[in-house]
Design a protein around this ligand. Structure first.
Ligand code: AMP
Ligand code: ZN
Ligand code: FE
Ligand code: FE
Length: 284
């Protein structure tokens, strides 16, 4: 195992714009030594990624970014090296993906009242079986020439305040941490301090998560505020949580570039040592 290590990336199995194969090639070209594939609520890209990560001479940590919710806050939990066949986790991710689909249909129906957008337009932007999210609706709006890019869609039509928005089902973070540990995985809270009032979880709740088995906090991430990072660095050191850093690469779907933030290789080794659900895919 060697660095640089980027532990948060998305492929077209969720809302990234590159297939797992293309993503592993991009990782090779970016000079990464280790990469985690963390598609939203799905492990469907693992097998394809493993073939190409080996070819590229990169270590692959198979993972997932599990959708959770705390009150009104959407909280993302990175789950490394889980058992992809764990029954409880499979049941929960299927429930989330199903709810995401129903919710996306509802959002599209409401947008369709004001703009010439149909569900078929969204499906045309979505790989078969992919975890459907607002980014796919954004891509359809771009294809129709209604907005210029995903960013404009998220700032406008897809923003919760516009009235088209609806949330999808998600378990609470504490339940999710327990679920990931029970599946042999290692849980890390993704981008814990995004901008926006009160988006951070209440501080006492971090202690509950730590007690339940939370491993770390993704502190180096472009969507964390600088003030927020100071707060979560202190929380991490008080609770014995490990700091990670990553890009959250989505191909051309976001400005985030592979390797723009990285995780210490010693931290990667600890993740691998703690995991019992699956093993990293080592290069040939
Ligand atoms: P959803 O889970 O369907 O509510 O959509 C949230 C997803 O959209 C997250 O995975 C983000 O990475 C992505 N996202 C959020 N804001 C933006 C943005 N401004 N531009 C592109 N993607 C975004
Ligand atoms: Zn995403
Ligand atoms: Fe996320
Ligand atoms: Fe992500």
């Amino acid at each position: 195992m060697h660095g640089p290590a980027d532990l948060h990336t998305h492929s077209s199995v969720s809302d990234g714009t590159e297939t797992p194969t293309q993503l592993m090639r991009a990782a090779g070209a970016a000079g990464l030594g280790t990469i985690a594939l963390t598609d939203h609520d799905s492990t469907a890209g693992w097998a394809e990624a493993a073939v190409e990560s080996r070819r590229q001479g990169i270590t692959l940590l198979p993972g997932m970014e599990l959708s959770t919710r705390y009150e009104w806050r959407s909280v993302h939990l990175l789950a490394y090296l889980i058992d992809p066949l764990n029954g409880d986790l499979l049941q929960e991710t299927a429930k989330i993906r199903e709810s995401r689909l129903r919710r996306a249909e509802g959002i599209v129906a409401r947008i369709g009242g004001d703009y010439p957008l149909s569900w078929a337009d969204v499906l045309a932007q979505t790989r078969e079986g992919a975890t459907v999210g607002r980014p796919h609706i954004a891509d359809a709006l771009v294809a129709l020439g209604i907005v210029a890019d995903r960013g404009e869609a998220f700032d406008g039509i897809l923003h919760p305040r516009t009235g088209y928005y609806a949330p999808h089902y998600a378990p609470d973070p504490l339940t999710a941490v327990k679920l990931v540990r029970a599946a042999g995985g290692v849980p890390v809270i993704a981008h814990p301090v995004p901008s926006g009032r009160d988006r951070m979880l209440p501080e006492p709740y971090f202690r509950e998560l730590a007690d339940a088995g939370l491993f770390g906090l993704e502190i180096e991430h472009r969507e964390n505020t600088e003030e927020g990072k100071v707060v979560v660095r202190r929380i991490a050191s008080e609770l014995g949580l490990v700091a990670t850093g990553s890009s959250d690469y989505h191909g051309t779907g976001k400005p985030n570039r592979l390797g723009e933030n990285t995780t210490d290789i010693d931290v990667v080794r600890r993740i691998v040592a703690e995991a019992t659900g699956s093993a990293p895919v080592l290069p040939d």
